[in-house]
Design a binder for this molecule. Structure first.
Ligand SMILES: [Zn+2]
Length: 318
């Protein structure tokens, strides 16, 4: 079996492009795929890099251009997504699992495959970032660049946020840490959500007030993945460190679980990633469990407020 380490860059919409068919939009359109194929002992076999000509969001977003260094001319002559995917699939061989740094690449790949009406194709994926975090006992997300630095991997000349460079560095990390052990221990702990199940994914920047997330309409509303109707998060409750949950309901397509992950950027600014999960029995159990905890906390808080009020009243009556 081969290990395919992959990374992608994607373009964002400026918001004025025509939506995909049936009023759907894409969270990001893939413009570069970088990958490294490793043998069963995590030794490098081959490298892969391809630019992808965008079909839906043709105007390259200035932020994406700045971050990735990819320009319009590079993409103009690049193959279309179906052609690029075909080449990538050939590179992967037919017996493989994938490794990524973080959990955003797989859902974006799935969305792009779906947008082009291609048959579903993704393999079992392992998030090397979470394997690394577990092995060094860190609860905080560690960027690829920081991990490379911590592991003494030479990264002076690496251009981070270039898909093939990021894939190269991720592959080096896979060769340095105990990836085999990480994979054998890899499981979704009970009470955790599996990133394999994510239906849609969205990154929101410049969020300021973490206490009042619902006041930001980008967080309060999420589109139903089936009919694109905006669904409201009526209540947001804590999940685990840096994560929150909300239950969304579409009158036609039923319930979904929304997970919000907050990342501190600088000073008072945060990025929030929204991931949408299908409503399964396991998901319902997680939701009811967290809801019970949140309700107990709320009740405790309210009874403290009531007690204070009563005391004030008593004092006033005296
Ligand atoms: Zn719906």
């Amino acid at each position: 079996m081969k290990y395919i380490v992959f990374d992608m860059e994607w373009n964002q919409t400026y918001g004025h492009e025509r939506p995909l068919s049936f009023g759907r939009t894409l969270s990001g359109e893939i413009i570069e795929i970088g990958a490294v194929r490793l043998d069963d002992e995590f030794r490098v076999e081959d490298h892969f890099k391809i630019y992808v000509r965008p079909t839906f969001y043709k105007k390259l977003h200035s932020a994406v251009k700045r971050l990735t260094g990819i320009d319009r001319a590079t993409l103009e002559d690049a193959p279309s997504f179906p052609e690029a995917l075909k080449a990538f699939r050939a590179f992967c061989t037919d017996d493989f699992v994938t490794l990524t740094w973080g959990d955003s690449d797989v859902p974006i790949l799935r969305e792009n495959i779906d947008a082009h009406s291609l048959p579903a194709w993704t393999a079992k994926n392992y998030n090397l970032q979470s394997i690394y975090m577990r092995q060094i006992g860190s609860k905080n997300c560690i960027s690829l660049e920081s991990a490379a630095g911590q592991l003494g991997i030479d990264h002076e000349d690496v251009h981070f946020h270039d898909a093939s460079c990021d894939a190269d560095v991720t592959a080096l990390i896979a060769g340095v840490i105990d990836t085999a052990k990480g994979i054998s221990e890899y499981q979704t702990p009970i009470g955790e959500l599996s990133d394999d199940d994510i239906l849609s994914f969205e990154k929101i920047g410049g969020v300021v007030n973490l206490q009042k997330l619902r006041s930001d309409p980008r967080i309060r509303f999420t589109l139903c993945p089936e009919c694109r109707r905006p669904l409201e998060a009526k209540r947001i409750i804590p999940h685990s460190s840096g994560k929150k949950l909300a239950c969304l309901e579409c009158p036609d397509h039923g319930k979904y679980l929304l997970r919000l992950r907050t990342h501190h950027v600088k000073e008072e600014t945060f990025n929030v990633t929204k991931s949408l999960f299908p409503w399964t029995e396991d998901v319902e159990r997680i939701w009811l469990d967290r809801l019970a905890v949140a309700d107990r906390k709320k009740e405790k808080f309210l009874s403290r407020v009531r007690a204070k009020k009563n005391k004030k009243k008593e004092n006033a009556e005296k």
